[in-house]
Design a binder for this molecule. Structure first.
Ligand code: ADP
Ligand code: MG
Length: 138
């Protein structure tokens, strides 16, 4: 069954001029982009997006980072999109990310790790709805 997931090219990766390379990797790996926009989140918007992490020690730093500059937000579609995109992204800490994964290629450290991807159907539904409505998706 085709499935949808939310991808964010994070501020570090956009600022480094690598968003086009990430999009190329996504399309080369069979993901269709069904919605896409470039936005600059406020700290409050980043806090709302990462609300599940609000008790984590890195929440304040993470949401400051995610609001420091523009991001590219996309809805991706593919068979098994959620799991397959997590694999293509690589581990949260780029030191642990497999060769060829997006994080191995473009991440700096465990926080500035280039991309976001939904981790379950439930989070994908919440995250897609956080940024897009049905009229904005093909
Ligand atoms: P993932 O993005 O791989 O799903 P998490 O959901 O655990 O990882 O964390 C969300 C984001 O918070 C990470 O992508 C990363 O930017 C940041 N982060 C996670 N763990 C840490 C940490 N220990 N220190 C700093 N930032 C972190
Ligand atoms: Mg996560």
């Amino acid at each position: 069954m085709k499935e949808r997931t939310l991808s964010i090219i994070k501020p570090d990766c956009v600022a480094a001029g690598n968003s086009g390379k990430v999009i190329d990797i996504l399309e080369s790996n069979g993901f269709s982009i069904v919605a896409m926009k470039k936005i600059h989140m406020t700290k409050k918007q980043a806090e709302g997006f990462y609300i599940v992490h609000k008790e984590r020690p890195f929440y304040d730093s993470l949401t400051t980072f995610m609001s420091e500059g523009p991001v590219v937000v996309m809805v991706l579609e593919k068979e098994n999109a959620i799991k397959d995109y997590r694999e293509l992204m690589g581990a949260t800490n780029p030191k642990d990310a497999k060769d060829g994964t997006i994080r191995a290629l473009f991440a700096t450290d465990i926080e500035r790790n280039a991309v976001h991807g939904s981790d379950s159907k439930e989070s994908a539904d919440f995250e897609i709805g956080y940024f897009f409505n049905a009229l904005e998706m093909v």
